[in-house]
Design a protein. Sequence first.
Length: 406
Amino acid sequence: MAAKCRPQCPTGPACGCVSTPLANAIHSQVNVSKANVTTIPARYEAIVGILGMMAQNFLRAGIFLLAAWAAHAPAAAQREIEMSPASRMALGVETATVATATASEGVSAPAMVIAPNGALKAAASPFDGVMVEALKTPGSDIKAGDPLAVIYSASYADAASELEARRLTMAHMAHLAERADELLKLGLRSEQEADEAHHDAISAQLSYEALQEQLEYVRRGGQPGQFVLTAPAAGIVTHVRPGAGEMIDAGAPVISILAGDVFWARAQVSERHGATLKPGAPVTVENISAKGRIVSVDPEIDPATRSLNVVAELPPVRTWRLGAMLTLSFETAPGEGALLVPSKAIVRLGGADVVFVETEEGFLTTPVDVVSRSRQDALIRGGALVQGDKVAVSGLAALKNIASGV
């Protein structure tokens, strides 16, 4: 009976092969191949490392050359495009006239409606307590003194009793001060005693007024320990914070009220565009004809976004909703030599902004420096463009392909 497979068999003893000269030769060749495989990585490790370093160096050199080319790439130059009237008509090329800029819709930016400074009033509970019932909901139009919420507080009964005690003390001290003045005239009190009586009367009055001010917007409720919180100002309810049965901390706002009919909006504009904006400048809100105005321009630029906050007062044409999103368009002061062209006339060519200026032979590609741009117009400076030139506003794709040699 033939011997079983040797332990060095690559398939293991379960293969069922026998020990024959042919099997022994196969096993020996397999073992030699395995040894060669295990020695290949060690043999070529140095060569692989050298090749990796060479690849990294080539990549770095390529990135450096690309950056150097981009930094020194020439700006788009003027180029004449010959075009007959028939070709122009076939391509659908139309023009618009370049104008001197007086004021332009310089930049558009998304904005959020916010409340003006001091417009949000808070109705706060003067005591720790529990919300029994909210009498108003967000959006309610209220007047000063209107009831807002019913609150239970064990401290309210003590405060109401203390207020009455201080009122009585104030009245008593005032009576003693008057009596001291009468006795002073009769020579039965000294001036010092009269002054002390007046001092006590004033102290009692101040103590009473302090507690009275704390309870200014509080009225007695219908149940023991309950009081009604009233509105400190007229306006619209914006928030009702605690629900029925929830705890309330003393001094914490219970209901927020937006007083007045003035609304602001906050937008973020880029550092470049923000430099042209000034407080008081007009603001256009989406498609509304009435204009708002810039209230403030943040002097500090956000280092992360390189933008700054601009706050504008919205036109009083409707009641805006806090937190609503809208688009603001800011008018910018153009400065000397500024021109106005349609925004759609500007295309990117050779890494620069250019327009196609109409000539007798066709069109001339002319680089421009864009100061600001809105959906309608673009404010530009410098370059060979002058007032009265005509620039292409349609058929631009065909003109760009011709200028690029496509």
